[in-house]
Design a protein around this ligand. Structure first.
Ligand SMILES: [Fe+2]
Length: 254
């Protein structure tokens, strides 16, 4: 499996703190069935600043570390870009990393508590500049989880989205799992990824998430997500199914 969102690079953010943490996360990922990870350190989230050259260098160092320890895991560079007004300019000037440096997809992190009003316009401008924004963990944004049609609107306008595997697997509770499955059923999701920060509460549970999807939604979704992850690594556009608007709010869970 491919994991498109992970904080496995040590010493850059609130993920792995040292080389030992990275090695332990890598071993856990391999045990979970993951063969390739897009390393996505936080960038410009108000706490961490990790420009492309820093991430490229640390990716290379970690690849060497994994080779020395004979861990069969490929790491490619990426970045979790916190939403800000200069995203388009910085993309054009190569100041941000795209997924696997394919100059096509970016991970664009939203605030957790609300949806900024300029999101629609920014997403439009990002696409106009030739890039595709992927919104990580939309299920954890308070406004979106209360009204999934906000995500429908963004997807309809060309954004993609990625659920956290632990949300799907039920590790963050039944409500978040239910919201995640509704997003999947309405074609509002295109990737499942670990967003791993450690080997404990925020570890790699991608296989568990796919199992839940197989049982509760259908194996065709698991296959589609894995296919899209392969497309992503190559910078290819994904053949996404049309999003479905929700007719009613999810009752009883808010
Ligand atoms: Fe993340």
């Amino acid at each position: 499996m491919i994991d498109i969102h992970s904080h496995i690079l040590y010493g850059l953010d609130d993920g792995a703190q040292n080389a030992e943490d990275t090695l332990n996360m890598a071993k856990q990922a391999v045990e979970n069935g993951i063969h390739t990870i897009v390393a996505t350190p936080h960038h410009l989230d108000g706490t961490y600043t990790n420009p492309p050259e820093v991430i490229r260098e640390r990716t290379a160092a970690v690849e060497q570390l994994l080779a020395e320890h004979q861990i069969p895991l490929r790491i490619v560079p990426g970045m979790e870009i916190h939403i800000h007004g200069e995203v388009v300019e910085e993309l054009k000037q190569d100041q941000l990393l795209t997924v696997n440096q394919q100059q096509r997809h970016i991970l664009l992190e939203l605030p957790h508590d609300h949806l900024p009003r300029y999101v629609d316009q920014l997403i439009f401008q990002i696409q106009l500049a030739g890039f595709v924004p992927i919104i990580p963990h939309p299920e954890r944004n308070k406004e979106i989880s209360a009204d999934l049609n906000l995500l429908y609107r963004l997807v309809k306008r060309g954004a993609m989205s990625q659920l956290t595997a632990a949300s799907v697997a039920g590790k963050f509770g039944k409500n978040l799992q239910k919201i995640s499955l509704e997003m999947i059923k309405h074609n509002l999701v295109h990737f499942i990824a670990t967003d791993a920060h450690n080997t404990g509460s925020r570890g790699a549970v991608l296989a568990e998430a796919y199992q839940v999807i197989n049982q509760k939604v259908g194996t065709e979704y698991t296959k589609m997500y894995q296919h899209f992850a392969e497309d992503l690594l190559k910078g290819r556009d994904c053949d996404v199914p049309p999003p479905i608007r929700l007719r009613k709010k999810l009752f009883g869970i808010f």
